[in-house]
Design a binder for this molecule. Structure first.
Ligand code: PEP
Length: 252
């Protein structure tokens, strides 16, 4: 079975000092949360402070994005090499980046490959819109995003895939565990199997979209869900740790 993972996507929230304090609070409660890998993904400018705050603990750090080129005339961008030493993980292809910042399947694919080449672990995000779901296209959209995002990728050992239906992100309207499991256990898992064969069995699959302390246990109770990518509920240490504890308990 893949490792259990609970990752917090802090998005464009927290100053550097707020980020350090939040990370310290999570660090202090992490051991009690149980057997689950915790990953904190603050804004770029707080990566060093969060790394320092969790030093010596099992808590890991991730970035929310990166460019796929190593250097050059890309104003405002951050390269894989720049992230090395600051974090172990990187979120790639979040729907907010796809929708608001022109992220395409092609750039997502380039970023996954660049992350792996740099020794960073990609958290590849996929998810359908409400319109696509209502048209009955959710499974096809998700399979397509996975195939395109992982084109030419042969190593599944450091990969995480997050299923985040766009209609559930930040809305307070989480998917049901059954809806999530239908996509994750079929469209995502079968597509990964087609690409990686048996190695797909060890890829952690995270649900994301209004996941919180109250519903995370039900999601993690599904065999094909190994944790969560958490937005709003990741911004308070107590809530984030409660999500982690519920996932750990469901997977124990
Ligand atoms: C996210 O943006 O990755 C997310 C899951 O957000 P929220 O938990 O706030 O829905």
């Amino acid at each position: 079975m893949p490792a259990s993972v609970v990752a917090g996507n802090w998005k464009m929230n927290t100053t550097v000092s707020e980020a350090a304090a939040l990370a310290a609070g999570i660090r202090d409660g992490a051991a009690a949360a149980g057997n689950v890998e915790l990953v904190l993904c603050p804004p770029f400018v707080s990566l060093a402070a969060v790394r320092d705050a969790v030093k010596g603990s099992a808590v890991k750090v991730g970035a929310q994005n990166m460019h796929f080129q190593e250097s050059g005339a890309f104003t405002g961008e951050v390269s894989p090499g720049m992230l090395k030493g600051l974090c172990d993980y990187v979120i790639i292809g979040h729907s907010e980046r796809r929708q608001m910042f022109g992220e395409t399947d092609e750039s997502v694919n380039n970023k996954v490959k660049a992350a792996q080449a740099a020794g960073l672990k990609p958290i590849l995000c996929v998810g359908e819109s409400l319109e696509q779901r209502e048209q009955g296209k959710a499974s096809d959209v998700i399979s397509g995003q996975i195939r395109a995002g992982l084109q030419g990728v042969s190593d599944a050992s450091d990969l995480i895939v997050a299923y985040e239906p766009i209609w559930a992100i930040g809305t307070g309207q989480a998917a049901t565990p059954e809806i999530a499991a239908e996509i994750m256990g079929a469209a995502i898992f079968e597509t990964l199997r087609g690409i990686f064969s048996g190695a797909a069995d060890n890829v952690p699959l995270l649900y994301g979209g209004s996941m919180n302390a109250s519903n995370s246990g039900e999601f993690a109770a599904q065999d094909c869900i190994h944790g969560g990518l958490i937005g709003g509920a990741a911004l308070q240490a107590e809530q984030f740790l409660a999500v982690a504890a519920a996932v750990a308990a469901a997977k124990a």
